[in-house]
Write a protein that binds this ligand. Structure first.
Ligand SMILES: NC(=O)c1ccc[n+]([C@@H]2O[C@H](COP(=O)([O-])OP(=O)(O)OC[C@H]3O[C@@H](n4cnc5c(N)ncnc54)[C@H](OP(=O)(O)O)[C@@H]3O)[C@@H](O)[C@H]2O)c1
Length: 278
């Protein structure tokens, strides 16, 4: 499989490196001001003119959202021919991608997260037209090779996904930072605190990923009445403060994703209520 990356920064290179090392892609060409000097099985090119005339199965758009139209407008009909565009850009709709391309090609929006670089990513995918079976399998395989892939029915769900799994790794890192600080305040050395926290997060995530795992049951299993965990959970659950904070933070991310996509900000709860009262 030949893949062209437009933009090879944090997310582009994370995916590209994994696809090459996992042998899912045979040839990767990256167009990025910083990609010169990197050598793959193919050349790394800095000038989009140089790739015109080459056939790619997939063109991954991995520039910042404000540059998407700009880079797509530079692609000739020839380079687009036979390719499928996979856009990673948060908030850039399929119709915007469509109107920036010289010819009609299948378009998939993907919202991966940072854990793709350790094969534990979580990618939501959306396309507005059914893909040919072989293409669906190809795109699905790319993202399944770096974690899990979930196909969405509605494009608007991508804004919610952005707020949950796209931004989510940072939320868990913040919780871990706070827990490591707490460990130090209880007298543990910094490096041990960090290792305990990371190892605990990893173990909890593995338990959550078991088939049939129930999040509430997992918590209850380690919370004996009047035990140590119970004492901490009571603090977390007091006035549902932690849950409310998480809802408020997720709504802030969701509204920002909607702003970026040019939609009117309205959180899902507001939307549900307004629909209910109409
Ligand atoms: N990072 C994530 O966790 C994540 C998750 C989901 C989706 N995404 C999406 O992935 C996209 C890339 O994000 P990122 O975090 O990887 O950003 P990034 O690290 O800034 O990477 C973007 C790269 O594109 C380069 N670039 C700028 N103009 C270009 C042009 N005209 N042609 C080719 N390359 C150009 C940039 O170079 P300069 O630095 O010189 O501008 C940079 O190296 C965004 O649209 C984002 O919404 C990211």
């Amino acid at each position: 499989m030949n893949i062209l990356f437009l933009g090879y920064g944090k997310m582009g290179s994370a995916l590209g490196e994994m696809w090459l090392s996992g042998k899912v892609a045979q040839k990767i060409v990256a167009v990025d001001p910083h990609a010169s000097g990197l050598v793959y099985q193919a050349d790394c090119l800095v000038d989009i003119e140089c790739v015109q005339g080459t056939r790619f199965d997939v063109i991954v758009v991995a520039v910042k959202p404000n540059l998407v139209t700009d880079v797509l407008e530079k692609l000739s009909a020839e380079i687009l021919s036979g390719a499928c565009i996979v856009s990673l850009a948060a908030g850039v709709s399929v119709s915007s991608v469509e109107s920036a391309t010289a010819t009609k090609v299948p378009i998939v929006r993907a919202m991966p997260n940072a854990a793709v670089q350790v094969n534990a990513g979580c990618t939501a995918l959306y396309t507005n037209h059914p893909l040919a079976d072989y293409r669906f399998e190809l795109i699905n395989k790319l993202f399944e090779s770096v974690g899990k892939a979930f196909w969405l029915d509605k494009e608007e769900q991508l804004d919610a996904v952005t707020a949950i799994s796209g931004s989510g790794p940072a939320y868990y890192h913040l919780f871990s930072e706070a827990l490591a600080d707490a460990a130090e305040s209880l007298g543990l050395p910094a490096s041990l605190s960090r290792d305990l926290v990371a190892c605990t997060a990893y173990g909890a995530a593995k338990l959550q990923c078991l088939p049939e795992a129930n999040l509430q049951m997992l918590r209850h299993t380690v919370t004996s009445p009047n035990g140590t965990t119970h004492a901490a959970i009571e603090v977390f659950e007091q006035d549902y403060a932690l849950r409310e904070l998480i809802i408020a933070a997720s709504n802030a991310a969701y509204n920002r994703a909607r702003e970026l996509s040019g939609s009117t900000s309205m959180d899902p709860l507001q939307r549900r209520n307004s629909a209910f009262f109409e």
